[in-house]
Design a protein around this ligand. Structure first.
Ligand SMILES: [Mg+2]
Length: 272
């Protein structure tokens, strides 16, 4: 079988958009990993959230957090040395983004100057976040424990003051991007595509000629889909595709996890 590495978005792609279930994809993911095909999570989700899904599904591969802010590589994964910026738990971390503390202080300044009425995770108690996310407190804690970004979840995003705040953030090298449900403030150097390229260079060193495969469902996956050799776009609930163009992009008939299983079982000849 062809050597490959699969880079995948989570929400709405590997995991169901509505109920966060991975029931449909988990058995195939486990089969791929046990057949030597790494499944690399590449998502806006945090280190703590991804650790949860990695453990539940049984994934051992490196992973990319917070929209390409950092690449986490298990310490004994690659049999050679490489450059990294920090060590967290049992991972070497290649950082593309900037630490959250710096982002929070920049937001605080921009909010004061623009008088934008906007709130993020950092301004709310855990029970308030849980109410907004409609998740239990444990899951809400995983979502709000961020290393390289802040999520804005309240406030009038169409107001002039919000636009003024966004401009101030941009002047400081931060981007305010629309995600599936909320806005993320993040370094403009965080990039799913760049992170995939950095990591794939390491995979290629270990496994010459390994093909990069990518799967996503939304506009924020475009850099990921543009960075891989074989990109797949799965459908949104209601059977439609987000409006994305990327070289060689294959639009898969199937919503989220169903599309994922269809694309990957056809590509790899591994089925359930
Ligand atoms: Mg998604």
């Amino acid at each position: 079988m062809e050597k490959m590495v699969i880079y995948t978005d989570l929400d709405g792609t590997l995991i169901d958009f509505e109920n966060y279930s991975y029931e449909i994809t988990a058995p195939l993911v486990r089969k791929l990993e046990s057949n030597g095909i790494p499944v690399v999570f590449c998502s806006s989700k945090t280190r703590v959230e991804q650790a949860y899904y990695r453990e539940q599904i049984g994934v051992k591969s490196p992973f990319i957090t917070e929209n390409g802010s950092a690449v986490f590589i298990p310490k004994d994964y690659f049999p050679f040395e490489f450059v990294y910026q920090s060590v967290i738990d049992n991972y070497y971390v290649i950082e593309l983004g900037v630490p959250r503390a710096q982002i929070l202080s920049t937001i605080a300044d921009a909010r004061t100057k623009s008088e934008a009425e906007v709130f993020g995770y950092n301004d709310l108690e855990l029970d308030e976040i849980a109410q907004i996310l409609k998740l239990p407190e444990e899951a809400s804690k995983r979502a709000s424990t961020r290393d390289y970004s802040e999520t804005l979840i309240k406030g009038d995003k169409t107001s002039e003051s919000f636009k003024a705040m966004t401009e101030l953030l941009e002047q400081e090298g931060l981007a305010c991007t629309a995600g599936g449900k909320f806005h993320t403030v993040i370094s403009n150097k965080s990039d799913k595509g760049k992170a995939v390229k950095v990591l794939h260079a390491l995979f290629s060193k270990m496994n010459a000629g390994a093909v990069s495969v990518g799967l996503g469902d939304s506009a924020n996956d475009k850099p990921l889909l543009a960075a891989v050799e074989k990109p797949f776009l799965v459908q949104k609930p209601g059977n439609w595709w987000d409006d994305i163009e990327a070289p060689n992009l294959v639009k898969v008939e199937g919503i989220g996890p169903e599309g994922w299983v269809k694309a990957i079982s056809e590509l790899t000849d591994i089925s359930l």
